[in-house]
Design a protein around this ligand. Sequence first.
Ligand SMILES: CC(C)(COP(=O)(O)OP(=O)(O)OC[C@H]1O[C@@H](n2cnc3c(N)ncnc32)[C@H](O)[C@@H]1OP(=O)(O)O)[C@@H](O)C(=O)NCCC(=O)NCCS
Length: 157
Amino acid sequence: MLVRLYALPVGEPLRAALAEQGVLVRPCRPFEMHAVEEWIARTFSTRWVSEFQVAMAHQPCGCIIATQGKRVVGFACFDATARGFIGPMGVDPALRQGGVGKALLVTALEHMRAMGYAYAVIGGTGPQEFYARTVGATVIEGSDPGFYADILPEPGR
Ligand SMILES: CC(C)(COP(=O)(O)OP(=O)(O)OC[C@H]1O[C@@H](n2cnc3c(N)ncnc32)[C@H](O)[C@@H]1OP(=O)(O)O)[C@@H](O)C(=O)NCCC(=O)NCCS
């Protein structure tokens, strides 16, 4: 899917509303990588850990996280799978449908816009309705599986 970064919703009110509930949305820092990797592996997959590692291997780092207390409850990567791509992203199952995903997505896209991108590509979309509702993303025809063809299996699966 394609996102127009010049037509994004404003992120600050989304982050402020979550902060009132104790959920902070902010960039991940390199010295937090192990904690986030462990959470992504446990909650999602080691394949997403690989993409997170690439997102964190460049500066400025390409991952926005959501935290609650000292716990990770969400993440959104950019410039990981390929340049200009957003994702993977995910939210703790217990906190879904509460605005965390939208705040992570919009914040990551704001960072991409600040880096000079005009558009972002959502590579592996999963729930397309989520991206269409939150940031007006539209389908890029003929792009499934696109970049994700012929993937090596995850160890042990
Ligand atoms: C997709 C995901 C990140 C959404 O996070 P979330 O915190 O539940 O999303 P939000 O609460 O911010 O939802 C924002 C809007 O999208 C809608 N929405 C959320 N998940 C949706 C879904 N799976 N399908 C359709 N709409 C969805 C919400 O209802 C809400 O709509 P509204 O603004 O009209 O009320 C989360 O469900 C998730 O982690 N899924 C598993 C991982 C995944 O599929 N990641 C994406 C591919 S990399």
